[in-house]
Design a protein around this ligand. Sequence first.
Ligand SMILES: [Zn+2]
Length: 131
Amino acid sequence: MKLINPVKLLTDARTAANCAYAPYSKYRVGAALLTADDTIFTGCNVENSSYGLTICAERVAIFSAISAGKRKFKALAIVSKGKKSPSPCGACRQVLAEFSRNIPIYFASASALKKFRCIPSADLLPESFKL
Ligand SMILES: [Zn+2]
């Protein structure tokens, strides 16, 4: 796993969180995904009154990259507007595992970007589902 300087990625994720549509949970999250060719794709969580249709910021960013033909990633940053640093849900961990074996995942609260944590994606879901 190769670490990067996450400042730009965390800042982009925090900006993306401003676009979150979270009228139900009020939990606003942004994600920024760095691809192998140094393109950044962002995403925010988008909730729905039918809760099961809600999608997380991480998956929006990943699916945006895939839609643009990018499938190799270097790093992912996730920023929440809450006081606590966010952590990806199981679905997002599995989706990430589909495309990235081991990249750094940076987590931070929007109010404390400099206090980010970094966890290797392989540690987030060590026994991911694979066909
Ligand atoms: Zn998720």
